[in-house]
Write a protein of this length. Structure first.
Length: 348
């Protein structure tokens, strides 16, 4: 027997706009937890209420095409017609079946948040506009950020902060800002490479290796070779409370980075100072920012001072990527080192 939509509507949760609630989940979890702690002594009323709630969850999930009746049957080792009959006649599930169904519906299928996540996934840059709404960022304030950070639509900055792995070294990275032409979202993209730091071994490991041993095992490299790597982040930039905030995620593992810049300097672009500036003469632009970055890096949580500097010289912009790396203090301008060293790196 396959339960149809009309039958489904007549057996609890008959409002198409209803949602599975946190209370439903809690009642089911409480019954499962009691049963595991007290085997064979779970009160019938507790199991009955949990079964009622899990049945409602099943009906909701089938009605909204989250699961099929057959997938529910597979979860508890029954056939589809048995599930249909149970739902039609309100036959209870036992505590083991409730446990298996809970894991399937709430953990694997994520029925609590699924509808909301589906809705926002269809909105481009949903996080950007959610943050604007949550913090009540007014349009004039955000347009201020767009004007001062992107110039005529895009701009490049270089960034310095402490290295999380070694606080005697510093990350030198690049930030690109641009505005989405269709919805106006202010995007930020960060690139942080770590290069092979020994200039004598810039060739590839294969080119630098001895010939393979007779048994087919490669010999060690002749010189020290450090495998290069890079991190790429994407996110958004905001103006909040006369400060600026950047929120990014690592595109490889979803690690989060949040930077807040309470200090910044605004200047008018002067082509007499930067003769090959890519920004228009007279445009007001943030030329540098000082603040703090909070982030996750692998298993490390860190808090570091951050400095960002505008790169509007066409010549410098063209060669910027070749300069990016994890570098020693000697490779950074002294004024920037002084700013970064006002506060220590904190990591845990």
């Amino acid at each position: 027997m396959t339960i149809n939509k009309k039958q489904n509507e007549n057996n609890g949760h008959n409002n198409e706009n209803e949602r599975i609630t946190i209370e439903d989940r809690q009642i089911i979890m409480d019954a499962i937890a009691f049963a595991k702690q007290n085997p064979g002594t779970t009160p019938d009323t507790l199991v009955s209420e949990a079964s009622k709630r899990i049945s409602a969850c099943i009906r909701y999930s089938i009605r909204n095409d989250i699961v099929t009746q057959q997938s529910i049957a597979n979860t508890i080792g029954k056939n589809s017609s048995t599930i249909g009959r149970r739902l039609e006649k309100n036959i209870e599930f036992d505590i083991k079946e409730i446990d298996d169904l809970y894991n399937f519906l709430f953990v694997e299928k994520n029925i609590i948040f699924r509808k909301a996540l589906h809705d926002i996934s269809n909105t481009k840059d949903a996080l950007y506009f959610a943050i604007m709404s949550f913090f009540d960022i007014k349009s004039p304030s955000q347009l201020n950020a767009i004007d001062l950070i992107t110039g005529t639509g895009s701009a490049t900055y270089q960034l310095w902060r402490y290295s999380v792995e070694d606080d005697s070294e510093f990350v030198h990275g690049r930030i690109n800002f641009h505005v989405d032409e269709k919805n106006g979202a202010l995007h930020a993209k960060m690139f942080q490479p770590k290069r092979n730091q020994d200039p004598s071994t810039e060739q590839s490991p294969k080119e630098n290796a001895d010939q393979d041993a007779i048994d087919g095992t490669p010999h060690p490299l002749k010189g020290p070779w450090i495998r290069p790597s890079s991190e790429k982040f994407e996110g958004y930039f905001f103006r909040i409370a006369d400060m600026y905030m950047m929120i990014l995620k690592d595109m490889a593992n979803n690690d989060i980075r949040i930077s807040i810049f309470p200090n910044y300097r605004i200047e008018r672009i002067d082509h007499k100072i930067v003769k090959d500036s890519v920004l228009p003469e007279g445009h007001k632009q943030i030329v540098h920012m000082d603040g703090f970055g909070l982030g996750i890096d692998g298993n490390n949580l860190f808090f570091s001072p951050v400095h960002m500097d505008l790169v509007d010289s066409k010549c410098e912009e063209d060669v910027l990527d070749s300069k990016l790396d994890v570098v020693s203090e000697e490779a950074i301008p002294k004024r920037i080192v002084k700013k970064l060293k006002r506060y220590p790196l904190i990591r845990k």
